[in-house]
Design a protein around this ligand. Structure first.
Ligand SMILES: [Cu+2]
Length: 450
């Protein structure tokens, strides 16, 4: 199966210091390095429903990739082998890693050449629900990057976990372009044929099996390349206890959650309505495309029932401290997001402060300072904005001051949103829209500090 004699080590630039040393040591001394996890990137024909197949790329042949569960601050070694014919890279989203280990080429992390292996080595922090995914350019290829099946959950365990639940479940939402009939080349926008939760269309995967009166903790990730999703569990309230892996200041009950690309929520659900229910997209056409999973109580058998949730609005402020005002920052960083029409039949170009990546200005930071990112969205669409290697605190949403909510992705509406972060993890730091078709077309920028 694995032919070690043909395995090539990918050696990165010597200037990368500690990590290079680790890689070189490994390449010299061991054919089969001591690692904690192995991820193999290879093509996969995924059967999302009987007879419905998606040609994609995945980790270890599964969608999502294997759950990585690891204690906070305990060193981990993850060996990634690229069995595809294009360079790849794995980003651990929401972790405070070094630029070399973060898995973003723009920050200086190495790409993994076809046929090569790379060991990612770091001590994961902070605790909570993180995830890993490819960070490649996809452009017009709707099989590459985040359009593919290259994503998985990464759960960093806190030293003490109150564990006030009976069952813990990880759910990943994804949209697929099936490349049917020779289509699939995205012209104006990314279009999808199917959606799945944990790689299966609604009704075609294993149900979530529960028992009456159980408290179930659901870790829900939107791993879509571009779409924001609304998810509801028929007949049940869901208590939002965490966002992007961090406990929220105010846990609140909702009938539906809104998740932008790359956002996560931790939900606690009291299973108090025996029956067989559908948890899925609130929009009928997206459930019809497959986004849903059946929740089945013990000793119940019937088709999963869908009940429309009451009209729900999503406001980050309902989970944050409304009373307290956030601490004042040391400096403000204004950033303006705008689109530029790129011509008929092509994706729009995106700009930050008038420039498209890689021509955007790199903004210097000073270590230890707290910055307020004042983001003005001059486009007509909301954008899921992501900061690498740091968390940020939401401080103002459309004129409303908030505090206490720590996230790593925020969906910003047209208008002004501010978030604060502390420059406490030196090095090159990528800041971008998480929509693959936006980041690929200019919507990225770097911060830099020592
Ligand atoms: Cu965007």
């Amino acid at each position: 199966m694995k032919n070690e004699s043909t395995r090539r080590e990918f050696l990165c630039d010597m200037s990368m210091g500690v990590m290079s040393a680790a890689l070189i040591r490994e390449s010299l001394t061991s054919a089969q390095p001591e690692v904690d996890h192995r991820l193999e990137i290879s093509s996969l024909r995924l059967e999302i429903a009987p007879g419905k197949n998606i040609e994609t790329t995945a980790y270890n042949g599964t969608i999502p990739g294997p759950l990585i569960r690891w204690p906070e601050n305990k060193p981990i070694r993850i060996q990634v082998t690229n069995r595809t014919d294009v360079p790849e890279i794995v980003h651990c989203h929401g972790l405070f890693n070094s630029p070399q280990m973060d898995g973003a080429m723009e920050e200086g992390s190495p790409m993994i050449a076809p046929g090569a292996s790379l060991v990612y080595e770091f001590a994961p922090r902070p605790a909570g629900f993180r995830w890993y995914h490819t960070h490649t350019f996809a452009g017009h290829n709707l099989r590459r990057g985040l359009y593919s099946g290259q994503f998985g959950c990464f759960y960093v365990e806190a030293k003490s976990d109150p564990g006030a639940y009976d069952q813990e479940i990880f759910l990943t939402v994804h949209d697929w372009n099936a490349y049917m009939g020779g289509g699939g080349d995205a012209s104006m926008e990314a279009v999808y044929d199917y959606g799945t939760i944990n790689g299966r269309m609604l009704g075609h995967g294993d149900p979530i099996r529960v028992v009456e009166n159980q408290r179930v903790l659901i870790h829900l990730l939107n791993a879509s390349a571009t779409l924001t999703h609304w998810i509801s569990l028929s007949g049940h309230q869901m208590q939002v206890v965490g966002m992007d892996g961090n406990p929220v200041p105010r846990a609140a009950n909702v009938s539906a959650v809104r998740l932008a690309p790359a956002e996560r929520v931790d939900l606690v659900v009291e299973m108090n309505r025996p029956g067989v229910w559908v948890m899925g997209e609130t929009r009928k056409e997206l459930r019809g495309a497959g986004i849903g999973v059946v929740v089945e109580y013990a000793n119940q058998s019937s088709p999963g029932k869908w009940v429309d949730p009451p009209e729900t609005t999503w406001d980050y402020a309902q989970f944050s401290d409304s009373a307290a005002e956030a601490r004042q920052p040391d400096a403000q960083i204004p950033v303006v997001f705008q689109s530029k029409f790129a011509g008929h039949g092509d994706f729009d170009r995106w700009t930050i402060n008038g420039k498209s990546f890689p021509h955007t200005d790199t903004i210097p930071l000073e270590q230890g300072k707290r910055y307020r990112l004042q983001m003005t969205n001059k486009s007509a669409d909301p954008h899921p904005i992501h900061l690498h290697r740091h968390s940020f605190e939401l401080t103002n949403i459309g004129g409303k001051p908030v505090s206490g909510l720590l996230k790593d992705v925020v969906l910003i509406e047209p208008g002004v949103t501010t978030v604060d972060f502390t420059a406490d993890n030196p090095g090159s730091t990528l800041f971008h829209c998480h929509q693959q078709n936006h980041m690929d077309f200019g919507f990225m920028m770097l911060f830099a500090y020592r």
